[in-house]
Each structure stands twice: as structure tokens, then as C-alpha cells.
Design a protein around this ligand. Structure first.
Ligand code: UD1
Ligand code: BG6
Length: 371
């Protein structure tokens, strides 16, 4: 039931304040001072010791689920102290890449039925790794075959392009980082800021959803473009990949997410006064590096759309022609949840304006159960 919405994708984008609330329900435990201080993931509590002792955490997934894991990787590295690596499920299988008994392999899948991810799970089970699932679908193959896991509880997702599952996956993996990190002194400040940030996140998501009309106006400007580049780095490299994936899969427009640190090593050659470029430059440890990326793109007459923190538009925009998308600032590790939303809205409006099928894009399936 789409309710007041025209499409499931639109409904699922707009219901993210609620889906995120459901994802966190019962999992953030309040301390004595009325502040939430602890994370409780029921499905993992008997396995946390093993995960902490593992030699490596390997995230495995496809498409949007892979991007969500990539968004959560930095906070997991920071809080867990365990090295974290990433595998696209099909690539792990193609290479028969190394998976060891001492590894924790985390399988991220909205449907829990994706063939590539499921085969990678069988492979990791054979190799003796502890296998953890992060799924939206109770009773799905991945939920059943993993040793333990966490349901993201985002509610059924109907649109082929994943939106609310993406943000719930990131939130669950941030909670996973908190759970693995435990309450060590060195993590204390980051842990408290992250938990406070999680509690307030649905409000910030509600706030960023108010950009809907602005994103529709931007979509009108971009409707006839051939291509759109999205530059990100650090926590928001994943946002660049996922924003570009949304534009590609539903709006049927070529789009590429680019690691901003790689700009000089190729992508800069594409820059001219015609090609639209989104640069994600919200406040975090990478901000000054992104400012210099913006300057370099501007020097080559790049057509810039900069996503920045509230109040930063004037500071980040190098010229009149630059457009800014101002988003609320949140704790750095949660910023990808906020930042993806304007790009989801942009992809949605571009698709409708271009006259394509939003909920069932050409050639794609919600759940790819064959290899
Ligand atoms: C569980 C209940 C929830 C109840 C709560 C109360 C289920 C599905 N969830 O939630 O209804 O309100 O207790 O304490 O009954 N698992 C995997 N692989 C996965 C995902 C999950 O093995 O990919 C396992 C978990 O290890 C766990 C079980 O499935 O044993 C349920 O996981 P989850 O729903 O995340 O647990 P709770 O949040 O504790
Ligand atoms: C398909 C979907 O390709 O599978 C994508 O069209 C999705 O939206 C990908 O990200 C992975 O799916 P899942 O269910 O494993 O998260």
C-alpha cells in the first residue's frame, strides 16, 4: 500500500525517520543519567567475544548492501580495533579469495536471498569463518544459514532501488561497531557521541527530507544530462557510490561515484563546463581536503553542485554558478545516513521527470536469486 505516495520508492524514502526508529527500537539502552549509553544487539550478544578476538572482519555484499557496509567500515575500524576488509560477493567467489577460521565474515543483504551473497556465505562456512548476517528479511536464506546476526527491521521494501534498507543497514552496522567496541576508556567519547547521534538521527532525517522540492528543482536542471559524477571521500565515499548507483539504476543516467582522493589520477580529465559534478563536502576530518577538490574542479570550470553542512553554502561555493545542497550536520560516522537522502530524492525526481519506471527499473530485479 503506497498510501499518499505515487511510488513505493518515494514512500520508502519519506518513511526513513520511522524505519530508522524501528531499526533502533529496544537496542539502545539508557543509562542512569537518562542518557543512552549501551547498545544491545540480541542476536550477537553470545558471539561478541569471538568477534572481538577475530583476526579480521570481512564485509560481504552486493549493490546497495555493499555500499552500506563501506559506509560503516570507518566506524567499525575505529571502535573495534579489528582490521576490516570489503568484498563484493561475486568477486570473492571469482577469486576464491582467502577466508580463514579466524575471520568474522559479515553478510549484508536486504532480501537475504541474493545468490552471489548466499554462495559467498556457503564458501565462508566451508572455510570455517564465523558468519554473521545483517538482513531485513526474517527467515530468509542468509538469516537462516549464518551463525548469528541482526535483523535491520526496516519493514518490507518494495521499490527495486534500495533506500530505507540502506540507511537502516548503516545504522545497524554503526551499532555493531559500538557493540564490538565495548566500553573501553579510549572509545568513551566517540561511543557516547555516536549513541546520542543515533537517538537524534530520525529528527535529522526528517529535516533533510524537507529538501524534496529543492531536489526536484535540481532534477529539472539535470533532466537531459548524459552523465553525473559524484565525488566523496572518507565516510562519504560510500555516499558517492550509492548516490551514483541510485541515479544509474532508476533514472537510467550514467553516473559514477568517485573517490575524491583519486581525482588527479584520471577523473579530472573529464571535467569541463558541461558535465555536472556533485561534491560531498560536509564537515568532518576530510573537509579541508574536499575544499581543495572544489577549488581544483572550479579552476577547470567544473559545473559544481556541492553538498555541505548547514550554513556552509557561502564558504564552500567558489562561484556564482555553483549550487549548494545544505544538510544538517550529525556525528561524522552517521553523516552518510543524512547525506544519501538528497541523492535518493534527486534520483527519484529525475526518474519521474524522465518518464521511467521508478519502482521497477528496466532489466533489474529486487532480489537476484540466480548467478
Ligand atoms: C528478537 C526478536 C524480536 C523480539 C526481540 C526481543 C525475532 C526475529 N526477533 O530480536 O521479535 O522483539 O528479540 O528481545 O524473533 N540472525 C541470524 N542471521 C541474520 C539475522 C539474525 O542468525 O542474518 C539471528 C540472531 O542471531 C538471533 C535471531 O536471528 O538469534 C533474531 O535476530 P534479531 O531479530 O536481530 O534479534 P533481536 O533484536 O534480539
Ligand atoms: C539487486 C537489487 O541488484 O540486489 C539492488 O536490485 C540490491 O537494489 C542488490 O542492492 C543486493 O540485494 P540484497 O537483497 O542482497 O541487499
Amino acid at each position: 500500500n503506497k498510501g499518499k505516495y505515487e511510488h513505493y520508492m518515494q514512500k520508502e524514502i519519506h518513511e526513513q525517520p520511522e524505519s530508522l526508529t524501528t531499526t533502533m527500537r529496544g537496542r539502545l539502552i539508557r543509562g542512569g543519567s537518562h542518557k543512552a549509553k549501551t547498545v544491545l544487539l540480541g542476536g550477537l550478544k553470545d558471539h561478541l567475544k569471538t568477534i572481538r578476538r577475530s583476526r579480521r572482519i570481512v564485509f560481504i555484499g552486493c549493490g546497495t548492501s555493499y555500499n552500506a557496509a563501506l559506509a560503516a567500515r570507518p566506524i567499525l575500524e575505529e571502535l573495534s580495533g579489528v582490521p576490516v576488509t570489503m568484498e563484493v560477493a561475486s568477486d570473492l567467489l571469482d577469486r576464491q579469495g582467502p577466508i580463514y577460521r579466524e575471520d568474522t565474515a559479515v553478510f549484508v543483504s536486504q532480501s537475504g536471498e541474493t545468490a552471489d551473497t548466499l554462495l559467498a556465505l556457503e564458501y565462508a562456512l566451508e572455510n570455517g569463518a564465523l558468519c554473521v548476517g545483517i538482513t531485513n528479511t526474517v527467515g530468509s536464506a542468509i538469516a537462516r544459514h549464518t551463525h548469528c546476526g541482526v535483523h535491520i527491521n526496516a519493514g518490507a521494501e518494495i521499490g527495486v532501488a534500495s533506500t530505507k534498507a540502506y540507511t537502516s543497514q548503516i545504522v545497524v552496522m554503526a551499532m555493531l561497531a559500538l557493540a564490538i567496541g565495548g566500553d573501553t576508556i579510549s572509545n568513551e567519547a566517540k561511543r557516547e557521541a555516536t549513541i546520542d547521534g543515533l537517538i537524534d538521527l530520525p529528527n535529522k532525517v526528517r529535516e533533510v527530507l524537507q529538501l524534496d522540492q529543492e531536489m526536484k528543482d535540481l532534477a529539472k536542471l539535470l533532466i537531459a544530462e548524459q552523465s553525473l559524477l559524484v565525488f566523496g571521500r572518507g565516510y562519504n565515499y560510500a555516499t558517492a557510490l550509492e548516490g551514483a548507483l541510485k541515479v544509474k539504476e532508476v533514472a537510467l543516467m550514467h553516473s559514477e561515484g568517485i573517490l575524491a582522493g583519486e581525482m588527479k589520477h584520471g577523473p579530472l580529465a573529464l571535467v569541463d563546463e558541461n558535465l555536472p559534478i556533485v561534491v560531498i563536502a560536509t564537515r568532518d576530518a576530510c573537509f579541508s581536503k574536499q575544499q581543495s577538490v572544489i577549488q581544483q574542479l572550479h579552476a577547470r570550470k567544473g559545473r559544481l553542485i556541492v553538498m555541505c553542512s548547514k550554513g556552509d553554502a557561502a564558504a564552500v561555493c567558489p562561484g556564482e554558478s555553483c549550487r549548494a545542497i545544505e544538510v544538517p550536520q550529525v556525528e561524522d560516522c552517521l553523516q552518510p545516513v543524512v547525506n544519501i537522502i538528497p541523492l535518493q530524492l534527486l534520483a527519484y525526481h529525475l526518474t519521474v521527470l524522465r518518464g521511467f519506471n521508478v519502482d521497477q527499473p528496466r532489466n533489474l530485479a529486487k532480489s537476484v536469486t540466480t548467478q
